[in-house]
Write a protein that binds this ligand. Structure first.
Ligand SMILES: [Zn+2]
Length: 305
């Protein structure tokens, strides 16, 4: 009896740790699943990012692929319960594992994969395979069934897709969160998919080798000027334009302060120490990303001089 009790508790713990995927309706014809706020792990199955789907009269258009084919399969199963229809397009906001690694499921279902031209370059360079092998080593079983999928449709600058009565205006950005970020705008609905460019009360990750804090600020200012009433990001709840102010605030805070401390001749360690107490310590992912961001902005400022 006692053993049974312990066993039941153990099951409860395991299930509590693995986040459940629940499809939510954002508004008419737009759906999402919301990943947890954490780094990828076996416990969370890599379900730590969002994915979106738009229902058109021709079928589904999905945005982002989650971290694994298993997760994207579960996402698609959810969509098919809403409406059994083909997946026409799958748009990747950028190449990070939690947005791209699940793309195999969409490809197998006949979707056209859409991505920034730099994502295709990354795929062709062989670096993408090396990054995947490194992820497989680091996270063990988590990425075991990931197969890299190149885009069928490449966005050079701008691309407008008209699918089953809905319009998607896609823009390929200059380096910002990565060097291959896409913005996807639905003009009639005034919905903007922002990938990992905009965060609300969460520290953005600026440590990618292709990232540019300067470019991120420029692109965030452009986003602020857009006529969007809802921003759908790779990690938050649906956001409003105030989220752009939060993200701009953090990036500007880093750039201004690191620049100031550098002109005083401070080393990277001294800069880290000087910025230890700051207004952002309480926000989600601070411990995971902040130090990397300081390091990255510091070396970026060296290049700008
Ligand atoms: Zn990302």
């Amino acid at each position: 009896m006692r053993h049974l009790k312990i066993l039941l508790i153990m099951f409860a713990v395991v299930f509590a740790m693995a986040p459940e995927m629940k499809l939510r309706r954002v508004q008419k014809d737009i759906y999402m699943v919301r990943g947890v706020d954490a780094l990828p792990s076996l416990e969370n199955r890599g379900f730590m990012s969002n994915a979106f789907a738009v229902l058109t009269t021709e079928g589904w258009v999905v945005v982002d692929a989650l971290s694994t084919p298993e997760l994207s399969k579960e996402f698609v199963d959810n969509l098919m319960r809403v409406k059994k229809a083909p997946i026409k397009y799958a748009i990747m906001t950028h190449y990070h594992p939690d947005h791209w690694y699940g793309a195999k499921t969409y490809k197998e279902l006949g979707a056209k994969i859409v991505a920034h031209k730099k994502l295709l370059e990354f795929y062709n360079s062989g670096d993408a395979q090396m990054a995947l092998q490194a992820s497989k080593q680091r996270f063990g079983e988590l990425f075991k069934s990931v197969v890299l999928v190149p885009p069928d449709v490449v966005v050079e600058e701008k691309l407008s897709l008209q699918v089953g009565g809905k319009r998607f205006e896609i823009t390929a950005l200059s380096p910002a969160h990565t060097d291959n970020d896409l913005l996807i705008y639905m003009p009639k609905e005034k919905v903007l998919f922002v990938g990992d460019l905009v965060m609300q009360n969460r520290i953005p990750f600026m440590g990618d080798r292709g990232a540019s804090s300067k470019g991120l600020l420029e692109n965030l200012r452009k986003i602020k000027q857009m006529d969007a009433k809802i921003l759908l990001g790779g990690h938050n709840e649906p956001m409003g334009m105030s989220a752009v102010d939060f993200t701009v605030g953090y990036v500007q805070f880093l750039r201004d302060n690191i620049k100031r401390l550098k002109t005083q001749g401070k080393s990277i360690d001294e800069i880290r120490e000087a910025l230890k107490n700051n207004p952002y310590t309480k926000y989600v992912m601070y411990d995971a990303f902040h130090n990397t961001n300081v390091f990255r902005v510091d070396s970026e400022l060296d290049m700008e001089e």
